[in-house]
Design a protein around this ligand. Structure first.
Ligand code: DQA
Length: 146
C-alpha cells in the first residue's frame, strides 16, 4: 500500500457550483462533499489530498507547474475539451495523472467527446458520479504501487 503519498486534486470551472448545478447530470453533492468523500477514501489507501478549484485555466496551469505531489487527480470541467495549456502543463508533471469526470462526456454533446487531458493522463474515470472520485483515489494508489 502507498504510504504518505500526496495527491493534488484539481477542480476546474463551474465545479464550485456542484450540488446546485444541473443535479440530474452532476448529482446533489457539493464540491466540498465530493472532496471529503475522495479524501476519506484516499486516507484508507495511505494518501493525503490537497484540493484546489478555479474558474481560470491559468490558475490550474500554475498549480500544476508548482506541484511536487506524487499524483494529480483532475476534473478540468469544460477546460477538458480545449485547454491545451493544461495539457502542456500536465505533460511536464513528473508524477501520476488521473482524469475524472462525474458525467460520461462520451454520452453527451459531441463537443464534449474530445479530451485534451486524456492523452497526458494514465487513465480516465468517467460516468460514476461522485463515486468516480473514490475510484480515482484507488487508481492513484494502484499506479503508485506499481
Ligand atoms: C465534467 C464534464 C464536462 O464536460 C463539463 O464541462 C463539466 C463537468 C464532469 O465532471 O462530468 O464541467 O467535467
Amino acid at each position: 500500500m502507498a504510504s504518505q503519498h500526496r495527491v493534488l486534486l484539481l477542480s476546474g470551472p463551474n465545479l464550485n457550483l456542484l450540488g446546485s448545478r444541473e443535479p440530474s447530470i452532476y448529482g446533489t453533492a457539493s464540491l466540498q462533499e465530493v472532496v471529503d468523500l475522495a479524501t476519506r477514501e484516499a486516507a484508507t489507501v495511505g494518501l493525503t489530498v490537497e484540493h484546489r478549484q478555479s474558474n481560470r485555466a491559468s490558475d490550474l496551469v500554475e498549480w500544476i507547474q508548482q506541484s511536487d505531489h506524487h499524483a494529480i487527480v483532475i476534473n478540468a470541467g469544460a477546460f477538458t475539451h480545449y485547454a491545451w495549456s493544461i495539457h502542456d502543463a500536465l505533460r511536464s508533471f513528473a508524477g501520476k495523472v488521473v482524469e475524472v469526470h462525474l458525467s460520461e462526456p462520451l454520452r453527451r454533446e459531441s463537443w464534449r467527446h474530445q479530451s485534451v487531458i486524456a492523452p497526458v493522463a494514465h487513465g480516465t474515470i468517467a460516468g460514476f458520479g461522485d463515486e468516480g472520485y473514490v475510484l480515482a483515489m484507488r487508481a492513484v494508489s494502484l499506479l503508485l504501487a506499481r
